[in-house]
Design a protein around this ligand. Structure first.
Ligand code: SF4
Ligand code: SF4
Length: 128
């Protein structure tokens, strides 16, 4: 059984993914690829594609709800690391549920984590 995030990607195509500009500044230790970002305001960048009426992060690969993954997973912004899928760690994730519902997907339940092969796998991240 695959990690549920790898059959989803909804949060990467729902939220505006905004973060401090320093996360894309190598001189300051930033790792987010600057070419995949756009300036949001004097303090923040956004992942390209997410500051739109129908957001979809430019780094998201695949098809939402079928097979999707982050193309820059080790370099994703901090906000993407903060969104946990519902019930992976024993609690509902409002952001996960909201994004999945918006894409017509059922929210995750504790049963989605019963397969031991899915535990400990990092989630596909999410947003601001
Ligand atoms: S955190 Fe939730 S919405 Fe985001 S990819 Fe995983 S299952 Fe989908
Ligand atoms: S996890 Fe990756 S694909 Fe998803 S919003 Fe963040 S950078 Fe984009």
């Amino acid at each position: 059984m695959e990690h549920p995030c790898l059959r989803c990607g909804a949060c990467c195509a729902y939220f505006r993914v905004a973060f401090h500009w320093s996360e894309a500044e190598p001189f300051l230790g930033g790792v987010v690829p600057a070419e995949l970002t756009e300036k949001l305001d004097p303090h923040r960048l956004a992942m390209r594609g997410t500051n739109a009426a129908a957001p979809r992060c430019t780094a998201l690969q695949g098809t939402v709800g079928e097979a999707a993954h982050c193309g820059i997973y080790p370099q994703r912004p901090s906000v993407c690391r903060e969104v946990a899928p519902s019930w992976e760690f024993g609690a509902v994730s409002p952001q996960c549920d909201k994004a999945r519902r918006a894409h017509g997907l059922p929210v995750l339940t504790p049963q989605d984590w019963l397969d031991p092969s899915t535990s400990g796998t990092p989630p596909l991240p999410q947003s601001a």
